[in-house]
Design a protein around this ligand. Structure first.
Ligand code: C2E
Ligand code: CA
Ligand code: CA
Length: 701
């Protein structure tokens, strides 16, 4: 076995001198032999080309004379040093006359000096370019805010940026952190401790390193105690291959702020901001989920605070908000682990109870009604409140959360309409009633226009004379599907929906026209028209009444507007102003259903009215056992009316005795079935004609 220190075999045969000379002559480096005085003794062909002179001219010349750059240039020093120190020298230098980089090597050989020159310009340029490029890459890497490392093909860290180095001890990535550390191995170690994200990172990284995947990314939150940080930070890991090499760029970006914002937004989308309870969307999901479980029926409880609007109006919205927050706390305290309480909006709360049938729903409702036992402290005021509660229990007819919520809402609505402060459970009957109501609402608006409304007229008898001096217009509705409807079945709906105003306009016109028609037949009657409180607050009552009168020839004194005492009590000032104005035009005013409500005497006394219509309840007597009660009560009211300068009318007289009683205690008028039920206009005209034929007066026969 030959070693490179052994002389080549041709040294032994003596041909080495010729071979060495041949080799030196033809190599691409310039070779010069110099004597002790730095004079050329031998040059090769490359040296001839470099110095642009043939060897014959160069030999004997001093080295320096062939190089036109300044004496003492570094390469020259290097050559001199080789001679003086007898240690070979090596230097790369920039040769200005040629504007290129060269390399010089000077070897002292006995008394001679051998110089090798080589043009290294291209190599230098490439080196410099590469250096510039890599410092650019480094600058870019360091400018990246994300913790960035470049891994070699085996997963060890080749280089890291400043952000990575600075974050070395904090959360966000595995323990391997310095160049030379094995990042992939660190990920594997973490995965072995049972961190699922680490396992996914290992698989993703391997796929990118083996070029099975174009890239890999993963959002993760380092597990506390895993040595990598705290659970409330979030990181985005990304790995993508280095172009044209085996490596992979790995970045760890802190996305905690973004994740927190997303989590906050997701939470807000499912919760009510005021009470922090689940909102409508979340409740829908809860009900859907509960219905899907097979754990018995689901009951939905719908709760609405009675008179919440008044709290808001009188104490202000911030007090209203406080009430809702306090209520949310109380409701939450009453919920069991299987219940979910949420807020739909406004003062409407919903409880979803799993495995809860109708009887259990009753107990549930009781439990939540009890929330109102304690008064609420608001803005320094103690408020005793109540709620209307509806419940609905799932059955096969309920396909989704909408159905259950709708039924519970319907039951709540019925509980509220039926006097508040109570609980109703949804039944199919309730659905039918609501369906009827919906038909009323839908068709009512067109009723007057479509001629579906008719009027029945009930005569009013002047008791001292026994003559008929007037009548009351009582509306009926011939509903296209449901037949004839009594006022109780649609007037409340008309008031709620505002349709009562156009209906009353129609009635005013009809009543005035009818009174004129009777007058033409010789019957002089005052017509009473019932006016709703809604019409008073709408502000158009005066215009509507005067407008209807202006269109015809009826004397305003022949029109009586009837308004119940409860309606008057709601907004007395407004009522007084409008009634006063109407009275200055001659229209008369009656207080209806007096004694049926709870308005104060003072309120009634301050109203500018002409007639006090005493409610039927007072005429027949509220206490049947006390035989004297009707007389005493009716007498007191009659005296009151007289004192206030109002004519008193006894309503709903059903017997001769009641008519007699009314007359005895001093009522001026009476109205009731004993005298006549409400009849058609033609019928009333005919009755009066018959009465006149019999008695010569405007009387009933
Ligand atoms: P109201 O103004 O107190 O009308 C008297 C009601 O008592 C009428 O019922 C009438 O038929 C009934 N009535 C009359 N005499 C007797 C009697 O001897 N015994 C009994 N038990 N009842 C008697 P109706 O027509 O069902 O009207 C009910 C209520 O509907 C009216 O009470 C009134 O508040 C309202 N209403 C009727 N028509 C109108 C209208 O055009 N506009 C408005 N806003 N309300 C109306
Ligand atoms: Ca009336
Ligand atoms: Ca009445």
């Amino acid at each position: 076995m030959t070693q490179h220190t052994d002389p080549p075999p041709w040294v032994a045969d003596g041909s080495w001198r010729a071979r060495a000379t041949e080799a030196l002559t033809s190599i691409s480096e310039a070779v010069c032999f110099l004597d002790a005085e730095y004079r050329y003794t031998w040059v090769n062909r490359a040296a001839e080309r470099l110095l642009e002179r043939p060897a014959a001219e160069l030999v004997g010349q001093e080295l320096w004379s062939e190089f036109p750059d300044r004496p003492g240039a570094p390469w020259q020093e290097s050559v001199r040093r080789a001679r003086s120190t007898r240690v070979s020298q090596h230097l790369e230098f920039f040769y200005e006359p040629l504007d290129r980089w060269f390399e010089v090597r000077a070897y002292p050989v006995l008394d001679d000096l051998v110089l090798f020159f080589r043009d290294v310009h291209e190599r230098r340029r490439l080196d410099e370019e590469r250096a510039a490029e890599s410092s650019l890459i480094r600058a870019v890497l360091n400018a990246l805010p994300a913790r960035t490392a470049i891994l070699g093909g085996d997963g060890t860290i080749l280089t890291i940026n400043t952000a990575w180095a600075q974050g070395a001890t904090t959360a966000g990535r595995p323990a391997a952190s310095r160049p030379g550390d094995d990042y992939l191995a660190a990920c594997r170690a973490l995965a072995a401790t049972g961190v699922p994200e680490a396992q996914r990172a290992v698989e993703g990284l391997e796929a990118v390193l083996e070029r099975r995947a174009p890239s890999f990314s993963l959002d993760y939150s380092p597990a506390p105690g895993a040595g990598t940080g705290t659970a409330d930070t979030w990181w985005h890991l990304q790995a993508f291959p280095v172009d044209g090499g085996p490596g992979v760029v790995v970045t760890h970006t802190d996305i905690t702020d973004r994740v927190r914002a997303e989590q906050r937004a997701a939470w807000q989308a499912r919760h009510d901001h005021l009470t922090e309870l689940p909102n409508r969307a979340a409740l829908h999901e809860t009900i859907t989920g509960a219905l899907a479980e097979d754990g018995g029926p689901v009951t939905v409880l719908y709760l609405d605070v009675d008179g919440f609007k008044q709290v808001n109006d009188s104490l202000g919205h911030s007090a209203g908000d406080l009430l809702l927050q306090e209520l949310a706390v109380r409701l939450s305290q009453r919920t069991r682990t299987t219940d979910v309480v949420g807020r739909l909006g406004g003062d409407e709360f919903v409880v979803v109870a799993r495995d809860c049938d109708a009887p259990a729903g009753e107990l549930l409702a009781q439990r939540f009604r009890a929330v109102f036992d304690e008064p609420f402290e608001l803005a320094g005021t103690r408020l005793s409140l109540t709620a209307s509660i509806g419940t609905a229990t799932s059955d096969p007819a309920h396909t989704g959360p909408e159905d259950l919520l709708r039924d519970a809402d319907a039951a709540m609505y019925a509980a509220k309409s039926d006097g508040r402060d109570q609980h109703l459970h949804f039944t199919p009957t309730l659905r039918t009633a609501l369906e009827g109501r919906r038909q009323v609402v839908t068709h009512l608006r067109d009723a007057a226009a479509l001629d579906q409304l008719t009027v029945r007229w009930q005569p009013v008898v002047h008791l001292p004379s026994g003559t008929v001096t007037g009548c009351e217009a009582l509306v009926r509705w011939d509903h296209p599907h449901r037949g004839r409807l009594e006022p109780a079945e649609f007037i409340p709906v008309a008031e709620e929906t505002g349709t009562i105003v156009p209906i009353t306009r129609w009635l005013l016109r009809t009543a005035i026209a009818q009174a004129e028609a009777w007058q033409a037949d010789g019957h002089d009657l005052a017509v009473g028209v019932n006016v709703s409180a809604v019409h008073l607050s709408s502000g158009t009552l005066v215009d509507d009444v005067l407008g209807a009168l202006a269109a015809r020839d009826l004397a305003p004194e022949n029109l009586v507007l009837e308004l119940t005492e409860t309606a008057l009590a709601r907004d007395p000032e407004h009522a007084v102003a409008q009634f006063s104005e109407l009275r200055t035009h001659g229209v008369r005013i009656a207080i209806d259903d007096f004694g049926a409500g709870y308005s104060s005497l003072a309120a009634v006394a301050s109203l500018p009215a002409d007639v006090l219509k005493v409610d039927r309840a007072l005429v027949t007597g509220p206490l049947p056992a006390a035989a004297t009660a009707p007389e005493a009560l009716l007498g007191a009211v009659a005296a009151l009316g007289t004192a206030l300068d109002m004519a008193v009318l006894a309503e709903g007289v059903e017997t001769a005795a009641q008519v007699e009683l009314a007359r005895r205690v001093g009522c001026t008028y009476a109205q009731g079935h004993h005298l006549s039920p409400p009849v058609t206009g033609d019928r009333l005209g005919a009755l009066l004609a018959e009465g006149r034929r019999q008695t010569g007066q405007q009387r009933l026969p």
